[in-house]
Design a protein around this ligand. Structure first.
Ligand SMILES: [Zn+2]
Length: 340
């Protein structure tokens, strides 16, 4: 198989990705990333996510243990965002940025990461994600509940306390519109089949792109990965959201999530930066939501232990991402690291 100059179709986003493995061999004189090697304290009185700390907006965190959620004091979306504007015409369209932003602490300990948690604690963290999804998606004013984690100083995370976030928006975000549309169109072309389930059962994925498969979940590198070590955790049966997971599926998802975070730490030889997205189906009343398959997407920004992926002119100007790593090679590396 030629390892260069391929365009690969990403069917969920309906866009081309360029796989150019030679670009990884270019001489590098850019920034060398080493991450944060200063040990963190177990409790930081200046951290607004630590137990007992009074936050910027005046509330004091309880002396919590385990996973804990609260409203973000600096929300991007607000329940009562202003609904009018002086300008609202074809060239200046306006809509309120309505919704709720929540913070999900994974642990009371400032120096934990998902990788360092006990199995019970990581399961509790994902259980909290499920509970938050169920309660927020029941709100008629909410159209989408995006749960995600930004981790690492390399990608600009200002607070190192282990935490995720929720943006529960009154509108469906641009990427979710694409994911919903592509899955609905696929189902209509293929007698109701699920795009992600068909992807899982493809011979190429099973032979070359699988990192791990257990009773409930599969971890794969997408054929048109946009990041060097991008992976998705896909359920072995079609479910649309965390709300549909059984207790056993949810617990195994939490352990898969943790194994993948630990795998990245081993791969990059540090507490690795990452962006992780829990792609639940939108919760508005659009009929196409039924075709959505829940999955978790990891977008690691590192190309190797010292190089961050930056979007250059071609990518930021075209939205066609260049991946310098063959997805099959990335899957092979991670499969070996996982001992599978
Ligand atoms: Zn903290």
């Amino acid at each position: 198989m030629s390892s260069n100059w391929q365009r690969r179709w990403q069917p969920l986003l309906e866009q081309w990705v360029i796989v150019a493995a030679t670009s990884a061999d270019r001489p590098w004189s850019g920034a060398i990333e080493s991450g944060l090697d200063v040990p963190l304290p177990r409790h930081d009185p200046d951290c607004y996510l630590c137990p007992g700390v009074t936050r910027a907006a005046g509330a004091t965190n309880p002396d919590y243990r385990g996973a804990y959620a609260f409203d973000n004091d600096f929300p991007t979306l607000a329940p009562h965002a202003p609904a009018d504007s002086n300008t609202n015409d074809e060239l200046h369209s306006f809509a309120p940025a309505q919704g709720r932003c929540r913070v999900l602490c994974w642990s009371e300990n400032h120096n934990d990461t998902l990788a360092s948690l006990s199995a019970d604690k990581v399961i509790d963290a994902i259980k909290l994600c499920k509970e938050e999804y169920i309660s927020l998606s029941a709100d008629k004013g909410i159209a989408q509940v995006l749960i995600f984690e930004n981790k690492g100083v390399e990608i600009g995370v200002s607070n190192l306390h282990p935490h995720g976030q929720i943006y529960a928006s009154s509108f469906v975000t641009d990427t979710a519109l694409r994911l919903r549309d592509s899955q609905a169109k696929y189902a209509k072309r293929h007698n109701g089949q699920c795009l992600l389930q068909d992807m899982l059962s493809s011979e190429h994925v099973k032979s070359h792109l699988l990192v791990e498969q257990n009773q409930y979940w599969s971890i794969i590198v997408p054929y048109a990965a946009r990041f060097s070590y991008e992976t998705w955790i896909v359920p072995n049966r079609k479910i649309s959201s965390l709300a549909e997971t059984s207790d056993a599926e949810m617990a195994e998802l939490a352990l898969c999530y943790q194994r993948q975070v630990r795998l990245y730490d081993n791969l990059f030889q540090r507490s690795a930066p990452n962006i992780t997205l829990l792609h639940n189906a939108p919760c508005d009343d659009n009929a196409d939501n039924e075709h959505w398959c829940f999955h978790v997407a990891f977008h690691p920004p590192l190309r190797d232990s010292q190089k961050l992926k930056y979007l250059g002119g071609f990518e930021s100007g075209t939205n066609n991402i260049v991946n310098p790593m063959m997805p099959e090679k990335a899957a092979d590396t991670m499969r070996k690291l996982a001992g599978k």
